[in-house]
Design a protein around this ligand. Structure first.
Ligand SMILES: Nc1ncnc2c1ncn2[C@@H]1O[C@H](COP(=O)(O)OP(=O)(O)OP(=O)(O)O)[C@@H](O)[C@H]1O
Ligand SMILES: [Mg+2]
Length: 297
């Protein structure tokens, strides 16, 4: 008979094999990752879109959900036209299939809706139809949710319904203060937050600033809370140009330093999500996600 240690070793080995693979797992349930920040304008939308693209290039099927209907919408950023969004689906005016936009081979944009409007139209009947509809979209490996900045009610709900939260900040002191405030609020409901430093001058600048936040988090937040640094992205004017020019930076500059920095982040993210998958035990897919979201109202 195999001893417990042996079984654990075998499992650990299997896990390492899984994590080491760049090809995604078959039949893995969709993982929902909310990208948020304390301060606005730190690069959530730019990084959500580019991370989604890189994950799709790694072979994962990725949905990019726009939960922020602010100024820089993902559809503008990705240079696609969207006429209908999730709200139309919830109102029964469009099917989910009509609203989604294919961006690239494994990458789909799901135009979202940030407001409490979602609740207004969510009758049981409509929700059932939506759930039925979303079955065709259940095969995403990851759905990246781009939210607005700050601890709004809706952002908190998206965070609660997700499997993982990524907080983006820049090294700017006010951004860091706001990021910490955000992490603190999230820690009331979640045990884990991943952190990305964007627009940094050097890796050192990112790690030193992370260590400062980590220290405060360790002393002030609940003992089982884990704040994890998953990488940095350098400040690069070409990223601004890509936003203005409405193209994906990582697609147009596959060999740029920032692209490899985003690749490092995506590998870490995928690894952390696959580890988490082993203990995943909840309703899957978009329908499961929306059920979790709506239950909070
Ligand atoms: N690494 C970077 N280097 C240089 N500029 C960057 C970088 N990342 C983002 N930017 C620029 O910062 C600006 C804000 O980016 P973005 O719209 O993605 O932020 P956001 O956090 O989504 O903002 P909001 O809070 O308004 O939703 C954009 O003009 C973008 O080009
Ligand atoms: Mg944005």
């Amino acid at each position: 008979m195999q001893s417990r240690v042996n079984i654990e070793n075998t499992q650990a080995k299997k896990l390492q094999e899984l994590v080491g693979k760049t090809t995604p797992l078959k039949n893995a349930s969709t993982k929902f990752i909310t990208v948020t920040s304390g301060k606005g304008g730190v690069g959530k939308s730019t990084m959500s879109a580019n991370m989604a693209y890189i994950l799709s290039k790694m072979g994962f099927k990725v949905g990019l959900f726009d939960a922020d209907i602010g100024l820089a919408n993902l559809d503008v950023l990705l240079n696609v036209k969207t006429t209908k969004n999730i709200l139309h689906v919830l109102k029964g005016e469009a099917s989910l299939a009509e609203t989604i936009v294919k961006i690239d081979e494994n990458l789909t944009l799901i135009p979202g809706e940030s407001g409490n409007e979602i609740l207004k139209y969510t009758t049981e009947e409509v929700l059932d139809k939506f759930i039925e509809d979303s079955v065709q979209l259940e095969n995403f490996d990851f759905v990246i949710i781009d939210t607005g900045a700050g601890i709004g009610d809706m952002v908190q709900k998206f965070v609660n319904a997700s499997d993982m939260t990524v907080v983006i900040t820049t090294p700017d002191p006010t951004a860091i203060t706001d990021a910490y405030a955000m992490v603190k609020v999230i820690s009331a409901k979640k045990d884990r937050v991943l952190m990305i430093f964007n627009q940094v001058g050097s890796e050192k600048e990112a790690t030193l600033n992370f260590e400062k936040i980590e220290k405060v988090a360790k002393s002030k937040l609940k003992p089982d809370f884990s704040l994890e640094f998953i990488g940095h992205i350098s400040k690069d004017t070409d990223i601004q140009k890509s936003v203005k020019g409405r193209f994906l930076f990582t697609k147009n500059y596959p060999n740029a330093k920032c692209t490899s920095e985003i690749e490092v982040i995506c590998r870490k993210l995928a690894e952390k999500m696959e580890r988490k998958m082993l203990d995943a035990n909840r309703e899957n897919g978009l329908s499961g996600f929306f059920k979790r979201l709506i239950k909070q109202f």
